[in-house]
Ligand binder design. Structure first.
Ligand code: NAD
Length: 482
């Protein structure tokens, strides 16, 4: 087999300790790979690159398509952007796959029967990073959820479950509150679910889902979530297996993929030869299945299971009673190499089968017939602190003119005009909803409305068109909202 070229970034903190151990194990196991090393992260940030990566390094990533990466430290403050988020989004790695398994009885855990996989959407949601300070008192972050984004990740989750002999798929969202964004994710989950009749789907509101995951993780098998919930839930799930140092993770796109540990750069334990290399090693195992070397993946994973089963543990998982030998990072790696070719006897051995595991998702449904879109009004957001909602309502009604009717004013989503309550706390951030009297709001009419609002002395800070799609309102309608 010819060697597959892989980009390798050792990363920061404990990265330069765990990465060489992982490379040594891959080498000893006969992985047909060769590494092209790059430098990303802290030193590159400090050299003046705000995303921690140089333009030349992007070319290496694009050429090799597969990256094995140690953890990266994002410097605090100073406008530095997370390198992980940048790489995932720029190279279209939409699926983040994080298996979380407990290794009872060899690693202490309160959850001996836990074996689940978190599939987190990697590109959308609040991670678009679009934030604004709109008034002196109010800042905003945009939550963007797209139909193709949902469809890809949800199809990926079901395909992953099918190919890995998983039994069911759960979806966590907060669509009782975010009816449009999380509601879209839930709706598409329902649509895709019917195509996989052998895999029962379930839907959980994320708060109770999180509580059950932390308390009774054996209830779950594959869980698919939007980006932010997936980020939080996967750390919780990894931690309750016994240590966050045990989890590997894959970031998968149609073209490129990145494999890493779940944990970060752990700077406080760096340089002491005590870090657990298991997370990055299990990330590398996922990489081997992805590039079509499942036999090597199986060999390494079983040697690793044998090592931990024999009680050879790094400090983070070492417990008197269950552990037998406290191993440093390098010694742990050597112990895994010595056990290549062996299978565990207490823990369940793995077998990744003969074929490549790369999953390609078809999200053709995302190109559904175009809905008829009509603009029927506009929400105008104002920065204003000169009086009561009643004053504002009276004065803005005059600005509406013949083309629009002022339908309501809200403050932080609570209706304050008409018929507001004096008890409602108001900030300097007001949303004023104007509906076109003819049923159609043209751009010219909207511009004229904004002209009248500006001429009356109001500071409008943002607008949102109110549109219908095939007659369905494409905007939230709360209490009293037209
Ligand atoms: P962290 O995961 O680095 O550390 C959390 C805790 O877990 C610490 O107590 C640490 O000592 C321990 N730990 C983590 N990995 C371990 C291992 N392999 N072996 C033993 N113990 C381990 O999280 P943090 O402290 O919140 O973040 C530190 C830095 O890492 C930050 O700069 C953060 O931005 C970055 N980070 C990077 C990634 C990534 O590159 N994928 C992910 C998360 C955080």
């Amino acid at each position: 087999m010819t060697n597959r070229r892989i980009t390798l970034a050792e990363g920061d903190g404990i990265g330069p300790e765990i990465a060489p151990v992982v490379v040594e194990i891959l080498d000893a196991a006969g992985a047909a790979v060769e590494f092209e090393r790059i430098e990303v992260g802290e030193r590159v940030y400090r050299a003046g690159h705000p995303a921690g990566i140089t333009p030349e390094t992007w070319e290496v990533l694009r050429r090799n398509k597969v990256l094995l990466k140690g953890p990266i430290t994002t410097p605090q403050g100073g406008g530095f952007k997370s390198l992980n988020v940048t790489i995932r989004k720029t190279l279209g790695m939409y699926a983040n796959v994080r298996p979380c398994v407990s290794y009872h009885p060899v690693i202490q855990t309160k959850h001996p029967r836990m074996d689940l996989v978190i599939i987190r959407e990697n590109e959308e949601d609040l991670y678009a990073g679009i934030e604004h300070q709109q008034t002196r008192q109010v800042v905003q972050c945009l939550k963007l959820i797209s139909r193709p984004g949902c469809e890809r990740i949800i199809r990926y989750a079901f395909e992953y479950a099918r190919r890995n002999n998983r039994q069911k798929v759960a979806c966590f969202v907060k669509d009782n509150i975010m009816k449009m964004t999380d509601g879209l994710f839930h709706r598409i989950f329902n649509e895709v679910e019917v195509e996989y009749p052998e895999l029962p789907g379930s839907h959980w509101i994320v708060d109770i889902g999180a509580a059950r995951l932390a308390d009774t993780p054996e209830l779950f098998d594959v869980i698919v979530l939007p980006n932010l919930y997936g980020d939080i839930m996967s750390d919780i799930a990894a931690q309750i297996t016994g240590s966050v140092g045990l989890g590997g993770s894959a970031n998968i796109g149609d073209e490129c993929a990145m494999f890493e540990a779940i944990h970060g750069s752990a700077p406080t334990i760096a340089g002491q030869n005590i870090a657990n290399p298991s997370g990055m090693l299990l990330g590398a195992v996922m990489m081997l299945t992805h590039i079509g070397q499942p036999d090597v993946a199986t060999r390494i994973h079983n040697a690793w299971l044998t090592t931990i089963e024999e009680g050879i543990h790094t400090l983070d998982i070492y417990r008197e009673g269950t552990s037998r030998q406290k191993a440093g990072t390098r010694e742990f790696g050597k112990a895994v190499i010595e056990r290549l070719g062996r299978r565990p006897e207490i823990l369940t051995p793995v077998d990744y089968g003969a074929g490549a595991q790369a999953i390609e998702t078809d999200y053709s449904h995302a190109a559904a017939p175009r809905a008829v879109k009509e603009t029927i009004g506009i929400d105008v957001f104002l920065d204003w602190e000169e009086g009561t909602p009643a004053n504002l309502g009276t004065r803005l009604k005059d600005c509406a003119g013949a083309d629009f009717e002022l339908r309501l004013i809200t403050n932080r989503g609570v209706k304050v005009w008409p018929d507001g309550y004096p008890e409602t706390f108001c900030t300097d951030h007001w949303r004023c909803r104007f509906i076109a009297t003819s049923g159609q709001a043209t751009h010219a009419a909207i511009i004229a409305l904004l002209g009248r609002i500006a001429a009356a002395g109001y500071d409008f800070i943002k607008t949102e068109n109110l549109c219908t799609f095939d007659g369905q309102a494409g905007y939230s309608k709360g209490q009293g909202e037209g």
